[in-house]
Design a protein around this ligand. Structure first.
Ligand code: UDP
Length: 237
């Protein structure tokens, strides 16, 4: 299968790194993702991967934890570094050269995020795993994914999540919820559909960055999405 895109940004939610309904890391899932990324790098596709941290901690849980929100957000960002290191290890075990670049400095284990360095790594065929979100509290890794995709000149944002794409209502609450394969940015706004958080969505819309939302459990989903097959929901202008 040949990729449609030269450079892509893959956003993987932290949940995709854990067993269904559980927290923590499921190494098998991380390995399965690494196998798919290996296929794409073999075709010469440049890949930046933004990792979530929801399998370990989300800042919005701060009040449940009795922790200050900003502190909990920094904890969430550190969680993404843990996931990033796990993905880096799995990729290297598959022979794929990789660098973890973090927006918050954790110099013992990864490089700081520097745009030109990230670009250079990708040109050299290294997968860049972007950890630490944007490095600031009150943001999400979806927003980091949209921002980095624009900053790094990626052709598309592939958002691998735990649902099959966008529905007209919440499929977990409404058994009759209908899947929508294609949408424009305006339709998402008019129909008040939930795709990603508003900051992330605005970043994609304002910069004309096409995105595809799909289920991480879809067989070879990342490879097929990169080939241009609609395996979930495509949102574009
Ligand atoms: N986070 C943050 N700033 C960022 C990115 C992430 O504060 O730029 C924190 C925030 O607490 C978030 C957590 O890191 O809840 C984990 O990221 P996210 O919830 O986006 O992960 P996902 O839902 O994709 O697993």
């Amino acid at each position: 299968m040949t990729s449609r895109y030269k450079r892509l940004l893959l956003k993987v939610s932290g949940e995709g790194f854990a067993r269904k309904g559980e927290t923590g890391l499921d190494v098998e899932r991380v390995r399965a993702l690494a196998e798919q990324l290996k296929k794409l790098t073999a075709e010469g596709v440049e890949i930046a991967c933004v990792i979530g941290g929801g399998n370990i901690l989300r800042g919005t849980q701060s009040s449940d934890l009795g922790i200050d929100r900003a502190t909990a957000d920094y904890m969430g960002m550190l969680a993404t570094v843990i996931n990033g290191l796990a993905l880096c290890d799995a990729l290297e075990a598959h022979g794929v050269p990789t660098r973890v670049l973090s927006a918050i400095e954790v110099n013992k284990v990864c490089e700081p995020f520097i745009r030109r360095r990230a670009l250079r790594h990708m040109e050299k065929g290294r997968v860049v795993v972007l950890a630490g979100g944007l490095g600031s509290p009150y943001f999400t890794t979806d927003t980091a994914a949209a921002q980095r995709a624009v900053e790094l000149g990626c052709d598309v944002l592939l958002k691998a999540t735990m649902v099959d794409g966008v529905y007209d209502s919440d499929p977990n609450e409404n058994p009759d919820a209908a899947h929508i394969p294609e949408l424009s940015f305006t339709e998402v706004l008019d129909r008040q559909l939930r795709v990603m958080d508003q900051t992330a969505f605005a970043m994609c819309r304002e910069n004309g960055l096409s995105l595809m939302v799909f289920n991480m459990e879809c067989p070879d989903g990342v490879v097929r999405a990169a080939a241009g097959e609609n395996v979930g929901t495509v949102i574009q202008n």
